[in-house]
Design a protein around this ligand. Structure first.
Ligand code: AMP
Ligand code: GLY
Length: 421
């Protein structure tokens, strides 16, 4: 089969790597991809929003399967454009991707179908939003309604902080259209984790659990980012919580979307928090998590292409997972998630062990020199029998890369160690 992956980040790199291992894969392409993926796939110079060009490429290169990585093209209807032409594609159409694209929609769906989540209300008016904060008190969570690359969320410790976030989003329009409406929700306390699943209609095949580290700095300080590192498994989350999350959240959500005429096909991602009352939803995504995919897919022993084909054709799927642990550390440009410079040299990449998993996100190679080309630059992961060894190995490899222009968290997976046997 010839397979095209759409996207350019670390998630698309791990997808290309995994897909290229499949005995079924003949040619693997990534559009537009990044230079770091060139070893496992052929780069195609077409951007994610050039739908017609993607359709044309698929037609002229006998592509049998398209996998859409990021949220933006899903929201923009790339899947619809491909399906209209009879092209086989793995990813939700525009009407189903709304589960990620509008927090307001997701909240309403959860309310209507009794899917556990934080209590919330939507506001467009600054004064009404502030009055709600006065009534509910702090801590409280303020979110931009639309897509804001994981950065549109403020967990306000005080009312003043909440007011500032409301003004920032609604008055100053810092997130553009995504911030014209905000959702204010109850602060939930507990361990966070991510549960992703292959979904087709009301059929749900869950993956193993993972945990992201969203804050920029150690000990969860600093601003929210797209994710600074991840690991899998998550030993502090019990089997019971996993089952509750599957049966009370993921499966009912897939069924609800079918009922609403928005049948979902692709990867449904639940960002969850294990509260004292059981797991509750923080957010849904309509795609693989980044960096969660980079630590979950290396544990998948089944053939990813076969899994996706069987999901699409409604044939039984057998997901086999390695019991090893994977720990992935993100190296980001200094300044991220705020302003940062691009095209800074990355030294030492050549010293990283062949056994480490290195997934490129924001890199470019010019005259044999790797340069930074984004906020999140690289993810270095290790897979080991014991979680502690995976942490040590990942950091040993990270230390070979010069961090003149990069930074990374030193505590990825560290709190999980004491739960791990
Ligand atoms: P989101 O983009 O919705 O995933 O939110 C980003 C981060 O903000 C989450 O990973 C949580 O750490 C935090 N967060 C979001 N919603 C809540 C909530 N209701 N209670 C506590 N923390 C939250
Ligand atoms: N790592 C969280 C996300 O992909 O949204």
């Amino acid at each position: 089969m010839n397979i095209l992956i759409v996207g350019r980040g670390g998630r698309e790199h791990v997808l290309a790597w995994k897909v290229s291992e499949s005995p079924r894969a003949h040619r693997v392409y990534v559009a537009p991809g990044n230079d770091g993926m060139a070893k496992v796939a052929t780069l195609v110079d077409i951007k994610e929003d050039q739908h017609q060009a993607i359709v044309n490429f698929v037609k002229s290169n006998q592509i049998d399967l398209v996998i859409v990585g990021p949220e933006a093209p899903l929201m923009d209807g790339l899947v619809d454009a491909l399906e209209d032409k009879g092209i086989r594609v793995f990813g939700p159409n525009q009407s189903a991707a709304i589960i990620e694209g509008s927090k307001q929609y997701a909240k309403q769906l959860m309310k209507d179908y009794h899917i556990p989540t934080a209590e919330a209300q939507v506001f467009e008016d600054v004064e009404q939003a502030k009055a709600y904060v006065m009534e509910k008190g702090a801590p409280i969570v303020i979110k931009a309604d639309g897509l804001a690359a994981g950065k549109g969320v403020t967990v306000a410790e005080t009312k003043e902080e909440a007011f500032a976030a409301i003004e920032y989003m609604l008055d100053d329009q810092q997130f553009g259209k995504a911030g014209e409406r905000i959702v204010i929700e109850e602060f939930l306390e507990g361990e966070e984790f991510s549960l992703m699943a292959f979904v087709h209609g009301d059929t749900v095949y869950p993956m193993v659990l993972s945990q992201d580290h969203k804050r920029a700095f150690d000990d969860d300080f600093g601003p929210n980012t797209g994710g600074m590192g991840a690991y899998s498994p998550v030993p502090q989350i019990s089997k019971r919580i996993f089952h509750q999350a599957l049966h009370h959240i993921l499966k009912p959500t897939a069924r609800a979307l079918v009922k609403e005429g928005r049948s979902f096909s692709g990867i449904l991602y639940a960002g969850l928090i294990a509260t004292e009352e059981g797991p509750k939803v923080i957010e849904f995504n309509a795609r693989f998590g980044d960096p969660e995919a980079q630590v979950v897919l290396p544990r998948l022993e089944s053939d990813l292409v076969e899994v996706i084909m069987n999901v699409l054709h409604e044939e039984p799927v057998d997901l086999v997972w390695s019991d090893e642990a994977v720990v992935g550390v993100v190296l980001a440009s200094k300044g991220y998630p705020g302003e940062y410079e691009k095209f800074k040299p990355i030294h030492g990449l050549e010293n990283v062990s062949e056994e480490a998993l290195v997934f490129h996100a924001g890199t470019v190679c010019k005259k044999d020199q790797w340069l930074t080309n984004g906020g999140r630059v690289l993810l270095v992961a290790s897979k080991e029998q014991r979680l502690e060894d995976a942490i040590k190995q990942a950091y040993d490899q990270v230390s070979k890369i010069s961090t003149e222009h990069l930074f990374y968290r030193k505590d990825i997976a560290s709190k999980a160690v004491r739960y791990y046997h």
